[in-house]
Ligand binder design. Structure first.
Ligand code: NAD
Ligand code: UDP
Length: 323
């Protein structure tokens, strides 16, 4: 196309590192839910040095406590919207609030994090010749008109809605990734993650799986508080809406609520309330390509995942299971 440039020569640091076969890896947003699990995986390789950058907006040092003080690990309090000068071989760029409650709290900051933050990380990747991965989202498909969603679907996104700071922010971040690749030859990867849940999620994260589980665990405790309002027993569900969690299967939010009720607390009452604006009605990734090219498929089914999260939440809330 006449614009694509060859990748820049690896920096002397990267060449030297190659001979020692060591990798210095930056994980932005590494104190968060997915980032901290990624750090655990990267630290298992003794040749990796891992640097986490986080401003702790939604993440916590607690998620990284097992690595603090480790000679191959460093933690930097930094906001990704500010430039960062550092020498690294690879960048995993995750920094961004992922839950609607948090990304809608300060939408201008969310869009800055997505746009300026990604620009800063791409600038860094270009300067040091590092490979960079962006964690994008199924929300780039908006309220999809194609089901299930394949990688080449362009999406159906409201550019001026209350979720746009996140959806459009991630879309611009993806555009920046591809423009840096085409214009500067940067090696890029983009992962469009669908709704993911698991231990270490912020208990009050506000996303559906953590919400239902936390409500089911807390419900009987709160009921004893005289002033508890009926809201405590409410579970926000979108009965006609289906969502896919790790593509293990497709189910409606009502089915999810019923499964959580059955597995955690049969006493909870499920009620429906009005949905928030622009919430996608149905999502499910087409994982054919990921399966063929990467051999990837989801391993944990909902019935196995719920008890793992329940155990983690009960431990952190100090509410043991009674039976
Ligand atoms: P999380 O909120 O637990 O983690 C995000 C981390 O980024 C937190 O530690 C937060 O403090 C940090 N952060 C936010 N803004 C920052 C800034 N300006 N500077 C520095 N650090 C900042 O969320 P998560 O679920 O672990 O999501 C991680 C990434 O994956 C995000 O980019 C998110 O958009 C993407 N993603 C997650 C899901 C999911 O279901 N969990 C789905 C799609 C995409
Ligand atoms: N949802 C729900 N109850 C909740 C939170 C979310 O029914 O307490 C629904 C929401 O309307 C959406 C789906 O669950 O259809 C996934 O929403 P979530 O906030 O978990 O993730 P995201 O929209 O960011 O993927």
């Amino acid at each position: 196309d006449g614009i694509t440039k060859p990748p820049p020569e690896p920096s002397p640091l990267r060449k030297a590192k190659f001979f020692q076969a060591n990798m210095r890896i930056l994980v932005t947003g590494g104190a968060g839910f997915i980032g901290s699990h990624l750090v655990d995986r990267l630290m298992q390789n003794e040749k990796n040095e891992v640097i986490v950058l986080d401003n702790y907006f939604t993440g916590s040092k607690d998620n990284l406590r097992q690595w603090i003080g480790h000679p191959r690990f460093e933690l930097i309090r930094h906001d990704v919207t500010e430039p960062l000068l550092i020498e690294v071989d690879q960048i995993y760029h995750l920094a961004c609030p992922a839950s609607p409650i948090f990304y809608k709290y300060n939408p201008v900051k969310t869009i800055k994090t997505n746009v300026i933050g990604t620009l800063n990380m791409l600038g860094l990747a270009k300067r040091v010749g590092a490979r960079i991965l962006l964690t994008s989202t199924s929300e780039v498909y908006g309220d999809p008109l194609v089901h299930p969603q394949t990688e080449d679907y362009w999406g159906n996104v409201n550019p001026i809605g209350v979720r746009s700071c996140y959806d459009e922010g991630k879309r611009v971040a993806e555009t920046l990734m591809f423009d840096y690749h085409r214009q500067h030859g940067i090696e890029i990867r983009i992962a469009r993650i669908f709704n993911t849940y698991g231990p270490r999620m912020n208990i009050d994260d506000g996303r559906v799986v953590s919400n239902f589980i936390a409500q089911a665990i807390r419900c009987p405790e709160r009921r004893q508080e005289a002033s508890a309002t009926s809201l405590i027993w409410l579970t926000r569900i979108s009965p006609c809406f289906a969502d896919s969690i790790l593509n293990a299967s497709e189910f409606t939010m009502l089915e999810l609520a019923e499964t959580v009720k059955e597995m955690i607390n049969p006493k909870v009452k499920i009620i429906t309330v009005e949905n928030t604006p622009d919430d996608p009605r149905q999502r499910k990734p087409d994982i054919t390509k990921a399966n063929q090219l990467l051999g990837w498929e989801p391993k944990i089914k909902l019935h196995e995942g719920i008890p793992l999260m329940e155990g983690d939440f009960r431990h952190r809330l100090g509410i043991p299971r009674k039976d």
